[in-house]
Design a protein around this ligand. Sequence first.
Ligand code: FES
Ligand SMILES: [Fe+2]
Length: 338
Amino acid sequence: MFELFPDEWTPVAFAKEIRRGRAKKVRVAGEDLALFRDHEGRLAALIDRCPHRGVALSLGRVTEAGTLECPFHGWKFDREGACAHVPFCDVPADKRARLGATAVPCRERGGLVWIFTGEDARGREPELPEALVEPGWAHFQYAEEWSTHWTRAMENMLDYPHLPYVHQRSIGRQLRAPAERNAHLELEVRPTSYGMQIVARVEGKQSPAGLSWRRPNGMVLDLSFGGRRMKQHIYCVPVDEKVTRMMLISTRDFGLFALLAPLYWLLDWSNTWILREDRAVVESSQPPEVPHPSEEKSVAVDGPTLAFRRWYHRELKPRAAQKVDVPATSLRKGPRAS
Ligand code: FES
Ligand SMILES: [Fe+2]
């Protein structure tokens, strides 16, 4: 399972997308999941294949007792994946325990649904940037899918030199002239416990925008002006080898009151235009997955993106290669019910 992106926490959906009473299908790292809430509103994530005949559990209904009922023969599964009911068969509890679906570790934090792309998340929890969890920040959420490998999308978010070209009409406008006159750009990479911080200096002057990578697939852009702060968060969620779900969470510590909300909504929405400015260029990258650092030509200002590539090829990619492809439905084997 999840060979593309093994043993990592990633957001996969916005918490508000998972309503009570019905399941939602999401695809992550090539695996379909059925997300739902039990009768107490607690989140659950099951591999979206019934262990009986392989149909999509996400087509089923959530019962009053909080179990997910398969649409085909009505087996019911709780949030741990345990089989709670098999119609027409008086299956003893010990046998029924072996008829379960596969549950995936999941959490609801910062308005996001997080899943762990492996079977055992013991000792590991998703680490969220402060603006997603602290009070006093307004959240704006937006997502769209790009036709690219998640690594190209992630790298783009850490790439400073593209700003005056891809974003020449928006956030990169001021950098266009310095870029054209070959101004000196220094990009300092500071490793941190969560990934890295990137400090940009143009002709010795430090950029007021702070950029950081939240390993494995998150970016935070920290902007301050007049004592107010905005933080843009982007997660590049691998849907499969060819598709990436771009999740934007734009936060600000001002304009929290309803009176001016429409004005600030426009400000939040403008961040989606900036995201879309990147799309066509990133989708055109070949090969879609970032190659090894030695395989494309690079220069000094590619330092941050090369740091990401080195991590990917040194840590995540070898883990992905080792992962044995075990079909999720064969993980729990048991005798057929009689
Ligand atoms: S396929 Fe799910 S209960 Fe038969
Ligand atoms: Fe960009």
